[in-house]
Design a protein around this ligand. Sequence first.
Ligand code: ADE
Length: 229
Amino acid sequence: MRFDVLTLFPEMFGGYVGQSLLKLAIESGLVEVHLHDIRDWATNRHKKVDDRPFGGGPGMVLMVDPVVRAVEAVRPMHPDAGHLVMLTPQGRRLSQAIVEELAGHPRILLLCGRYEGFDERIRLILKPDEVSIGDYVLNGGEVAAMAVIETAIRLVPGVLGDEDSSANDSFSGDRRWLEGAQYTRPREYRGYEVPTILLNGNHEEIARWREENSRRRTLERRKDLLEDS
Ligand code: ADE
C-alpha cells in the first residue's frame, strides 16, 4: 500500500515513519510513505501558501493554487492515480469500517491542511474524500494523516505478525465490539490474579470466556456498539 502525504510540515513525519510497525512494514516493502511539501508548488516569490480570508476574520486560509498543483503533480508519480483524502474536521468521522474501506485502496493521497482551513475551491476542484478523526480541532491534518496510515497498515496482509490479530481488535470482526481483558505473566501481582480459566488450556472455554468478557465490556462502556451489532 502506498501513501503520498501532501503537507506543509513533512518533517513532522520523519520520526513517525522511522519507528515500530510502520518502519518494519516499509523495510519489508509492504508499505510506502512518500512525503511532499506543498510549498514546493508555491509560485510566488515568498513561497507563500496561505493568505487572509476574504471578508475578514481571524487566521489564514490555505491557497487554492499551490494545493491543486501539488495534487496534480503528485498523482502521476505512480500509475495508480490513488484515492485522495483530505483531512478536515468537517469530513466523515473515521471509524474502523471506514479504515477497512480506505485500506482497500492500493494508493492513498493524504492532503493535510494547516491554518484556519482550505480555500473552498480546493474541495470543489479536487473532490476529495473528506475525513475527520474526531469532533475536535487539531492544528493541522498531519496527526490525522498519521492516524489514517497507522490504522490502515494494520489491515495490509503481512504487516502484523499474526495474520488474524487485527480481526480480534476492538471495533473489528462481524460484531465490532470492544476487545476483552488481556493478561500476561506474572499470574499474580499485588493480589490481582489472572482468571484461572485462561490458564487451563481449554481453548473452547477460553474462547467463550473471551466472548462474554468482550460483550460485558462493550455493554458497560460502549452500549451503542452493541446496539449497532
Ligand atoms: N484537521 C484539523 N482537525 C482535524 C480533525 N479533527 N480531523 C482531521 N483533520 C483535522
